[in-house]
Design a protein around this ligand. Structure first.
Ligand code: HEM
Length: 404
């Protein structure tokens, strides 16, 4: 009985903290920027967040065990510590996912795909269901060469695997995610086999991987290709969709900004819109932070008044959301400003494990949002429909309306 009461108090405190994260982080930044409590730590100042994320040999990624289950005994580079295999796998994927493709392939594809969807929306669209998830999934189809066995199920599979990898253990979720993982592995295997029978028909990521395999490059067996594809698909679909929804939600809550962003959208000013996107995500962040575990004792902020030892084996929340509101680093962080330098944005992580898709994100999220902003009379649908509805961490419904 006593422990039931205790549990319910702990749950209430957790819920309060979760609903007031911004306030909690603000207090922590001033009072205890590196808080260590039992085997948990939270790091909230910009300088310390960057320090932690730069020390990849001390603050280890925690995804390996689950990533091995998703890949059936393999791994993917997000789940790897800094190692020769990590460098090999990331380098291989950088050879096939090229920055030049953003201007030549990705941006035109996303512009076209999003514009077509909006043109057939007739004044009302459920953004995650009909636009943001669809565009992100179709880009994986067109650019990677893996459209999925079914567009909706493929995106659902990516979302459940993502949730499994990045959120606390939950047996039900594990079951769904591992089923989705098995289906995704089979699908990727059969797509690789099918593409081997039809070579050089496309210039996409899969064909490029097969060309590297032809050349005998290490890390490019069918199984290696499958592992890389699984990891990239998980990283790409639900994340992109969520960010696009969060940006639109924020702009719709700020009429003056919305008006200015719509003007930028109508003049196709992608650079300005990228700044709107990055800034809106500071106020409506994708995640409070990134998880790490310490490989050894480490003093964060050594030599400063705030120096704090984090013991070996501590789970650390590296609060990127908080860092991006730190007035010791950002000028007037509570103001929406479009001229902030790029290094002040930590949406896509920092250090060794910085998001592999960071440049794609800048192009893709911006363009999905642009396709909506280009419409006149843009507004939320009335009532609950016009507010983001979540399933787990991901928006599943968010309806907006427009006149043209
Ligand atoms: C095309 C879309 C995307 C792809 C292919 C992708 C892929 C990846 C991969 C492979 C990593 C691990 C990098 C490494 O280990 O070196 C990563 C990290 C990360 N991604 Fe993405 N991602 C995409 C979109 C996004 C979006 C939209 C967000 C939203 C904020 C995001 C946030 C992050 C973060 C915060 C990390 C760091 C994780 C950590 O350090 O623990 N990604 N991404």
């Amino acid at each position: 009985m006593a422990s039931d009461t205790q549990n319910s108090i702990v749950k209430k405190i957790q819920a309060w903290v979760f609903n007031h994260l911004d306030l909690v982080f603000t207090i922590l930044r001033w009072v205890k920027p590196v808080l260590v409590f039992k085997n948990f730590a939270v790091v909230t100042r910009f300088e310390y967040v960057q320090e932690v994320l730069s020390r990849d040999e001390i603050f280890l990624v925690t995804y390996q065990e689950k990533m091995e289950k998703v890949t059936a005994g393999e791994n993917f580079f997000l789940g790897m510590q800094n190692s020769p295999r990590y460098t090999r796998d990331v380098s291989n994927m950088r050879l096939v996912v090229r920055r030049d493709d953003i201007a030549e392939k990705i941006a035109p594809f996303v512009d076209d795909c999003a514009a077509k969807i909006m043109a057939s929306a007739h004044g009302r669209i459920d953004v995650p269901v009909e636009l943001s998830r669809v565009v992100a999934t179709r880009l994986i189809g067109d650019y990677f060469g893996t459209p999925g066995w079914n567009e909706v199920e493929f995106a659902d599979a990516a979302s459940s695997m993502f949730q499994y990898l990045f959120f606390p253990d939950d047996p039900e979720l594990e079951k769904t995610a591992l089923k989705a993982a098995a289906k995704s592995r089979d699908y990727i295997d059969s797509t690789i086999a099918e593409r081997k029978r039809n070579r050089r028909q496309h210039d996409d990521v899969l064909e490029r991987c097969l060309q590297m395999q032809d050349a005998g490059m290490a890390g490019m067996s069918d199984l290696d290709i499958r592992n890389n594809f699984i990891g990239l698909i998980i990283g790409a679909i639900p994340t992109t969709s969520k960010c696009a929804v969060l940006v639109l939600d924020y702009l719709l809550s700020q009429p003056t900004l919305l008006d200015q962003a719509q003007q930028a959208a109508r003049t196709n000013d992608n650079d300005a819109l990228t700044q709107y996107m990055l800034e809106a995500l500071r106020f409506n962040p994708f995640t409070p932070g990134i998880g790490r575990i310490t490989a050894e004792d480490y003093v964060v902020g050594r030599g400063t008044l705030r120096a704090t030892k984090i013991p070996k084996g501590t789970n650390v929340l590296v609060a990127t959301q908080s860092a991006m509101m730190d007035c010791l680093k950002l000028k007037s962080p509570r103001q929406f400003q479009l001229d902030r330098p790029n290094y002040q944005y930590l949406h896509f992580g920092f250090g060794l494990h910085t998001c592999f898709g960071q440049y794609i994100n800048r192009a893709q999220i911006t363009r999905i949002v642009k396709a909506v902003l280009q419409h006149q009379g843009l507004r939320r649908a009335a009532g609950q429909e016009g507010q983001i509805q979540y399933e787990g961490p991901f928006p599943v419904h968010f309806v907006v309306e427009f006149d043209d």
